[in-house]
Design a protein around this ligand. Sequence first.
Ligand SMILES: [Cu+2]
Length: 168
Amino acid sequence: MRCYLAIVPALILAACEAPENRPSAPPLPEVESPVSVAGQESVIEIRAAWMRPHPAGRDVTAAYFTANLAEGFEDVLLSARIDGAERVELHGHFMTGDGVMQMREVGPQRIGEDGPLIFAPGSLHLMVFGLPAVSEGETVNGMLTFQNAGAVPVRLAVQSMPPELSAD
Ligand SMILES: [Cu+2]
């Protein structure tokens, strides 16, 4: 793109921006996210997504996954939902002062170039409330919402043991 000589700065700006604003120009891709602090797009890949079968008589269970940043250099997991569940919270485990492991809700979780965002037993997990009981071998669909990547679908295999992570 070339900018031609103009005397008024505003005209120079207009001349430079014109190609993007012409009706014939393809629309800019929209980032499907509520806010975008980092102001850029990213692509997230989800692997090893699984959910524990409900313990007998309970309607709360936990789900796990590994999120990789395939494109972009930073993103934030804002929230999650699971089809059929009343509510999904991001949880973490913490050691209390007297050495007892407890879990509680945590805020948005960052993912960067320094490595995948891992939700795994004993660490970060999705706490799934009010989902009709699922059992081993079923599959549950859900959605992870990232600040830049937007809504990323996830398919969770219901199983008691963690899946093997492919070596890459
Ligand atoms: Cu929890």
